[in-house]
Write a protein that binds this ligand. Structure first.
Ligand code: HEM
Ligand SMILES: *[C@@H]1O[C@H](CO)[C@@H](O)[C@H](O)[C@H]1NC(C)=O
Ligand SMILES: *[C@@H]1O[C@H](CO)[C@@H](O)[C@H](O)[C@H]1NC(C)=O
Length: 478
């Protein structure tokens, strides 16, 4: 009996020792692997209301102002994986530059389960480049130019509708606006008002509500509803694609994502399958409307809190209208490009919003950097909030100050700005997002005023959320 007990104790101790001291050929960055199995997952996901550096990160870099705990590069364990966290600008840059070489995109397994096994994030090499080109052709500069009047029209229509309501919840309302616009562009989708069936966005809503939840797949849980939402949305997308098959090829200028897919699927030597195309469609719709509606809601929150910013924005946009020959003509591309302060405002908004709390990669080989080694197979998390709140790059980093971007572009701000990622996997929707935000702000500040009714508080889990919404009353200006 005793030998067996001793054996088990020895085995467990060795295992525990290995857990907290993982094997590594070189010097592992400092840090703690936390509890067996769960690691530091709970601390990482602990909700916090602060817009400062996430406490999880801050407490590991520095304990008190002057006492360094682990420093800017440290190790931990999240969702069952050993992870190196990087808040170091040089390492971040290196990771982005080495995409596909030393590092590769990687997201936790629950994400793969949720987003489909073949989503953009985890596709590599040829397939990935090919899909990216397809997306870029829909959201490249020329398409955006053509899209401008439509973006303006939809912003006007929605704002007008909201102004007749007693109050609107901005996060939900802007999500509706962006979703309808994106779905129309990508798959020519128009919600069917008459149908009693849930429309596509409702399926996405169920999906999003359960996205950051405990992954327990039994009826009644948020996670279950999340997967059901995805399943229903996928079924809907599939039937839309089927319907499109029946219709003859359409005119050049009307081409959307489904047209690309159908033409490509006809080809003999194609690598695209229907399943991949539908997964990609789902990720794209999700990536576009959830992030952009958060950005617009945060933008309105920041404007509400900073009257000087509202004044400057109003000045810029009223000047655009005054310069026109006909004040009711549409926004032109030239006018859009002239919105200098608005672009600074957008940069500042996404810098402080920190919509993406972590960008994940996997080390393909052992990597040595600044005296540390990152073992092959380990996950790496680049942490944009730490970069955006670095007081050495951004003076008084918590202050909302769009003017700080004056002249910033010349001193290589890009290494210190990664709201849209960096390197090869830089967000393909960046320009599309900027168009939507700038045009929305143009319509808002020139024609409307608003009053906060309630809400507007944020929580980070660590993903950005508005737990009690952001309710405002919108008025048309006289
Ligand atoms: C405020 C709005 C947005 C933010 C903050 C944002 C942020 C990001 C970030 C940080 C990445 C890099 C992910 C990584 O490196 O693993 C990314 C990638 C991506 N984004 Fe966005 N995004 C936004 C809007 C959009 C929109 C509107 C679209 C679609 C039209 C879009 C489509 C994508 C796609 C397809 C990728 C993957 C690109 C790749 O892996 O090469 N995003 N985004
Ligand atoms: C947020 O983090 C701080 C610092 O770690 C902590 O004191 C606070 O209790 C946390 N919780 C909330 C809800 O903000
Ligand atoms: C916004 O940030 C990007 C990335 O650093 C930079 O290239 C761009 O010039 C900035 N825009 C403005 C108006 O400062």
């Amino acid at each position: 009996m005793w030998p067996l007990v001793l054996c088990i104790i020895a085995f467990v101790s060795l295992w525990l020792y290995r857990w907290s001291n993982p094997r590594c050929n070189g010097k592992l960055p400092p840090g703690s692997m936390g509890l067996p199995f769960i690691g530091e997952t709970l601390q990482f996901f602990a909700p916090n209301t602060t817009s400062n550096m996430p406490p999880f990160i801050r407490d590991r870099i520095k304990l008190y102002i002057f006492i360094i705990r682990y420093g800017p590069i440290f190790c931990t364990s999240l969702v069952g994986r050993p992870v190196i966290v990087s808040t170091d600008a040089d390492l971040n840059y290196f990771i982005f530059q080495q995409e596909g070489n030393l590092f590769q995109s990687w997201y936790p397994d629950t994400f793969t389960e949720i987003f489909g096994k073949q989503n953009v994030g985890s596709l590599h090499g040829f397939m990935y480049k090919y899909l990216k080109n397809m997306v870029l052709s829909l959201f490249g500069p020329q398409s955006l130019k053509n899209m401008l009047p439509e973006v303006e029209q939809s912003a006007h229509t929605y704002l007008k509708r909201w102004s007749t309501q007693k109050s609107v919840e901005l996060k939900d309302a802007t999500a509706g606006l962006i979703f309808d616009l994106t779905a129309k562009k990508l798959i020519s989708y128009e919600p069917d008002q008459k149908s009693s069936e849930k429309n596509l966005r409702e399926n996405f809503d169920a999906f999003i509500k359960g996205l950051i939840s405990f992954p327990l797949n039994i009826p009644g849980t948020a996670y279950y509803r999340c997967l059901q939402g995805r399943k229903n949305a996928m079924r809907k997308l599939k039937s839309l694609l089927e319907q499109r098959r029946e219709i003859k090829p359409r005119k050049e200028e009307k081409i959307d994502f489904f047209d690309y897919v159908l033409v490509e699927l006809e080809k003999e030597d194609t690598v695209l399958t229907e399943a991949i195309a539908l997964d990609l469609m789902f990720v794209l719709l999700f990536a576009s409307f959830e992030t952009t509606s958060l950005a617009i809601t945060m933008a309105i929150k920041f404007i509400s809190e900073n009257p000087l910013v509202l004044e400057e924005l109003t000045k810029e946009h009223e000047a655009i209208i005054q310069k026109r020959e006909k004040s009711d003509s549409h926004l032109t591309w030239k006018e859009y490009k002239s919105m200098k302060f608005t672009f600074q405002f957008i940069n500042e908004t996404v810098r402080l919003a920190n919509i993406v709390p972590g960008i994940f990669r996997k080390a393909l080989r052992e990597v040595n950097f600044k005296g540390y080694s990152i073992p092959a197979g380990w996950a790496v998390m680049v942490c944009p909030p730490a970069v955006h709140l670095n007081p050495e790059m951004y003076k008084d980093p918590h202050e909302f100050n769009p003017w700080r971007w004056n002249g910033m572009e010349v001193n290589g701000a890009s290494k210190h700005f990664m709201a849209f990622g960096g390197g090869m996997r830089f967000c393909v929707g960046t320009d599309f997002t900027k168009v939507q935000m700038a045009v929305f702000i143009h319509c808002l500040v020139t024609k409307y005023k608003w009053k906060i009714i309630r809400g507007g508080h944020i929580v980070r889990t660590p993903g950005l959320q508005f737990p009690d919404g952001f309710h405002v009353k919108i008025y048309e200006k006289k």
